[in-house]
Design a protein around this ligand. Structure first.
Ligand SMILES: [Zn+2]
Length: 305
C-alpha cells in the first residue's frame, strides 16, 4: 500500500472508529458532564428569577418563561423523564395549555427527547428550531454527529417535524416576554443560545440560556478531521467569541451540575431575601472561560497527536 493511501486509511479509521476515538480522548472524559439516567430524581419547579423557572428533574431541566398571556418552554428533558417535567410545571400551578412556544437548546436526547410527547399534549403550541436542529429532529437523532461517532442507541428519539425555523437574531414574543435566538454551533451544528431580560427588585437583568459549549460525547468528538462536522473547530472559535459579546447577569443551561443549581439554591436559602445567587455576571464569564479552555486544550492535544 502506498504511503498516501495508508495515511488516508489511518485518518479514516481514527474518525470512524469509536474505539480509536475513545482511546485517543480517554483523558478528556469528564464524568460529571455525562448523564447518568439511573440516579435522577423528581424535582419541584424552581423559580430562578422573575418569570424564569427551572422545570424538569434533578439533573436535567427545561426552562419555562412565563407571562400572563402565555409561556415559552425551552427543552423538555428526555423521552423517559419528560413526564416529570410536565409534573413539575403543573405542580408549580401553570397550565400546560398556556405554553405557546416549544423551543430547544440543542438536539441531544437527554434535553429534548420528550418533545414528541409535548407535541401530543400541546397540539396548539408552535415548535421552532434552527435549520440544523430541525434536520436532526426529523431523523430522531440519527444524523447528529455524536450519534454517528459513538453509535449509542440511547441517543436516539422519536423523529418529529417542526412548525418553523428560527434564524440567528430572531425574536419571539409572548405577552411581555421577548426572547432572542443566537445560533452558537459547536456542541451540535444547530445549538441555539437564548437571551431575554427580566426584572427583579426594581432592576433589569440580562439572562443568557446557553445552548451547550462542550465538545459532544462521552469521549469528546474529534475537533480535527471530524468527517461528519468538518467545520466544528471553526464553529466553536466563532461561538466562544460571539458568546462573550452577550450581556449576561444570569446564566442558565439545562443541566443542574453545570450551572451549580443546587449550590445556588442552598445559598439562596441561607441568605434569605438578600440577593439572588443566580445573578452572577462574573460566574457567567467564568463559565465561558471554562469551556473555552477545555476546547483549546482538546484542540492542542489533537494537534500534537
Ligand atoms: Zn448536549
Amino acid at each position: 500500500m502506498q504511503n498516501k493511501q495508508r495515511a488516508a486509511l489511518l485518518i479514516l479509521t481514527l474518525v470512524l472508529s469509536p474505539v480509536a476515538s475513545a482511546q485517543l480522548t480517554q483523558q478528556r472524559l469528564d464524568s460529571t458532564i455525562r448523564v447518568d439516567n439511573t440516579n435522577q430524581t423528581r424535582r419541584e419547579a424552581v423559580r430562578i428569577i422573575d418569570n424564569i423557572w427551572w422545570v424538569g428533574h434533578s439533573a436535567v431541566g427545561a426552562i419555562l418563561i412565563t407571562s400572563s398571556e402565555g409561556h415559552i418552554l425551552i427543552d423538555t428533558t428526555s423521552t423517559e423523564l419528560a413526564p416529570w417535567t410536565v409534573e413539575s410545571i403543573v405542580n408549580a400551578g401553570f397550565e400546560l395549555d398556556d405554553i405557546r412556544y416549544l423551543l430547544n437548546t440543542h438536539t441531544h436526547e437527554e434535553h429534548m427527547g420528550g418533545m414528541p410527547m409535548f407535541r401530543k399534549l400541546l397540539p396548539h403550541a408552535i415548535l421552532l428550531a434552527s435549520k440544523e436542529s430541525a434536520d436532526v429532529m426529523a431523523t430522531g437523532g440519527k444524523t447528529d454527529f455524536r450519534y454517528i461517532v459513538e453509535r449509542d442507541e440511547t441517543d436516539l428519539f422519536e423523529p418529529f417535524v417542526v412548525d418553523g425555523l428560527i434564524r440567528h437574531g430572531d425574536e419571539i414574543r409572548v405577552g411581555d416576554i421577548s426572547i432572542v435566538a443566537h445560533l452558537t454551533p459547536g456542541h451540535t451544528e444547530g445549538t441555539t443560545t437564548w437571551t431575554t431580560t427580566v426584572s427583579e427588585d426594581g432592576r433589569d437583568y440580562d439572562v443568557v440560556i446557553f445552548g451547550g459549549m462542550s465538545a459532544s460525547g462521552a469521549y469528546r468528538v474529534p475537533l480535527i478531521g471530524n468527517e461528519f462536522y468538518p467545520e466544528i473547530a471553526e464553529d466553536f472559535v466563532r461561538s466562544f467569541e460571539y458568546l462573550r459579546t452577550l450581556k449576561c447577569d444570569v446564566y442558565l443551561y439545562p443541566r443542574a451540575a453545570t450551572i451549580e443549581l443546587d449550590k445556588k439554591l442552598k445559598k439562596r436559602g441561607e441568605s434569605g431575601n438578600r440577593g439572588n445567587p443566580f445573578v452572577d455576571p462574573e460566574g457567567c464569564q467564568h463559565y465561558i472561560d471554562f469551556y473555552e479552555k477545555r476546547f483549546l486544550k482538546q484542540l492542542n492535544e489533537e494537534k500534537a497527536d
